[in-house]
Design a protein around this ligand. Structure first.
Ligand SMILES: [Zn+2]
Ligand SMILES: [Zn+2]
Length: 189
């Protein structure tokens, strides 16, 4: 069975080098759906609480919301950073409060202080799915990610191997000691 959560991300980007209107800087509201697959946790009669999937995903994906996403070789990148630097907002500002945790993977690096994500590949809907899976695959049993942005949509199915040990009282994943980080339940007691 699957637990499915959906949320939206508002971002600006462009397709650098692309022969079409998307080579100009523009914005989107992207809709992401993450499907988590596992057996039914009998204690709570669900696979995984959807608000917890959202919380886990949002802790990193927040970096893409109200952010600028540029490819690492895009000449706009040094230009934008130069403007932010001169304006004194490159390393943060008191108004920049809803920041995600900085991350760096093979595919993307987040700079929450200036609401920027630098990607290795063009940030298409397909690119976003690859980045998201890379960021979350060790935290959630993701079986499918769908991302829709404007007229573009893509989805990818991932093989789920194994099951996660979840709390029978609140449903979230137990830590490595078999303890629930939320309600304190201990498996071995
Ligand atoms: Zn676009
Ligand atoms: Zn619990």
């Amino acid at each position: 069975m699957k637990s499915i959560t959906t949320f939206s991300l508002q971002y600006a980007h462009r397709f650098y080098g692309f022969k079409g209107e998307a080579q100009y800087l523009h914005g989107h509201t992207g809709i992401m759906t993450i499907e988590v697959e596992d057996c039914i946790n009998k204690g709570v009669n669900m696979v995984f609480p959807c608000n917890e999937i959202k919380k886990t995903a949002w802790s990193v994906l927040k970096n893409f919301d109200h952010a600028l996403i540029l490819r690492s070789d895009d000449p706009l990148l040094p230009a934008v950073l130069d403007v932010y630097e001169k304006q004194g907002i490159k390393n943060g500002s008191p108004q920049n409060t809803m920041m995600g945790c900085a991350f760096e993977t093979e595919l993307a690096q987040a700079y929450p202080n200036c609401r920027l994500v630098v990607t290795k590949e063009t940030m298409t809907v397909e690119g976003m799915i690859k980045i998201t899976y890379e960021l979350l695959k060790d935290k959630l049993n993701i079986s499918k990610i769908t991302f829709t942005s404007g007229d573009n949509a893509a989805s990818e199915i991932f093989e789920v191997t194994g099951t996660m040990d979840r709390c029978p009282l609140c449903g979230i994943a137990l830590d490595e000691h078999g303890k629930c980080p939320k309600c304190g339940y201990e498996k071995n007691k």
